[in-house]
Design a protein around this ligand. Structure first.
Ligand code: BTN
Length: 339
């Protein structure tokens, strides 16, 4: 599960990896039935000793799973914790690459930092680093990302596409499209895309995307896509310009369902891009755009440009018609919707 080069850590990491695998197998087995499963059945099915079954069940209880144990009948899963644990996310996920390696932290400085470190150490494409809270969650332009514990979804994804550094910004659009589609599937509402990296509902920010890369002049080594989504966050915990899924749909939203669907949608678009290029993603980004048709101010490297956003071109650039009637393309910048 963990990819490390320093030999001194390998044993410890592999032990963690085995514990996780065992716990995952037990949880997946318990989830398959509403009946009681005896310790013997579990031990036979999963090829582990009865003592090991007992030990891992205790571990799972510590993780917050409520598992009933009745003498002569066995174990039954009663409730699962509201946590983005690997065994929850990977259960019925159905992806081939995205999320196959899932690294979970209760608290971390920023999932971007760990994902970047793992990327440098050779982590596999599709590796996800996820945390319940971040103490130094960050956004674009040096902004911070508020990450209340257990309320939102905060994760970073490592990809190793073969592309040039300038093409990488299209992945921000891909992520925006995937997150919007996933939210539509799970919650029935469709957030709009504020170019280049925000998802909005009723003009308020619901999610943000941060794309960072390690590259040479003409080749990307890997990219890390960080996604922060306000799910069950109270609006009082957020900046006034932000909202959460709970605030919009007026009920708690299952974070596991949302994260699983984001990973599935991401993989769907990513595989399509690998075969057919970005055409579909760009087309979807145009359809979902909350920026096209709006008067905007774009700030880039201290310079301001005001005009009407009229399109997203095939390279993912925003096309703005200036007040002098000239069409100008911009690949980067911070956009403010003026009206
Ligand atoms: C933005 O809106 O400027 C982008 C926000 C990105 C936030 C996510 S949360 C997970 C990942 N870890 C971080 O520190 N940032 C990204």
């Amino acid at each position: 599960m963990y990819i490390v080069r320093r030999t001194s850590h390998i044993d410890v990491q592999c032990t963690m990896c085995n514990v996780l695998k065992m716990k995952t197998s037990i949880i997946h087995f318990l989830k398959q039935t509403e009946e009681y499963l005896s310790g013997e059945e579990i031990s036979r099915h999963l090829k582990m000793s009865r003592a090991a079954v007992w030990k891992y069940i205790e571990e799972l209880r510590k993780d917050g799973y409520e598992i009933e144990a009745i003498p002569h009948r066995g174990y039954k899963l009663l409730t699962t914790p509201d946590l983005l644990l690997p065994h929850e996310i990977q259960f019925n996920l159905g992806t081939k690459t995205i999320g196959k390696e899932f690294i979970y932290h209760e608290s971390i400085s920023s999932t971007m930092d760990l994902a970047f470190k793992l990327g440098m150490e050779g982590a596999k494409e599709g590796t996800v680093v996820c945390a319940e809270t971040q103490t130094k969650g960050r956004g674009r332009m040096g902004r911070s990302w508020v990450s209340p514990k257990g309320k939102g979804i905060y994760f970073s994804l490592i990809l190793r596409p073969s592309l040039t550094p300038t093409e990488s910004s299209k992945f921000t659009l891909l992520a925006g499209v995937a997150v919007s589609e996933a939210i539509h599937k799970v919650c029935g509402i469709r957030p709009g895309l504020k170019w280049p990296n925000d998802l909005l509902i009723h003009h308020k920010k619901l999610a943000g995307i941060l794309t960072e890369l390690s590259a040479e002049m003409d080749r990307v080594r890997f990219i890390v896509i960080g996604i922060g989504l306000n799910v069950n966050t109270m609006t009082s915990q957020l900046p006034s310009i932000a909202t959460s899924l709970k605030a919009e749909v007026k009920q708690n939203v299952n974070r596991v369902d949302v994260l699983q669907e984001i990973l599935r949608q991401f993989e769907k678009y990513y595989f399509e891009v690998k075969v057919d290029g970005f055409d579909t993603v760009i087309k979807k980004a145009r359809q979902l755009s909350a920026t096209i048709g709006t008067r905007i101010k774009l700030v880039d490297a201290g310079k301001e440009l005001e005009g009407q956003a009229i399109d997203i071109d095939d390279q993912g650039a925003l096309v703005i018609r200036s007040d002098a009637g000239v069409a100008i393309k911009r690949m980067t910048g911070d956009v403010i919707h003026v009206a």
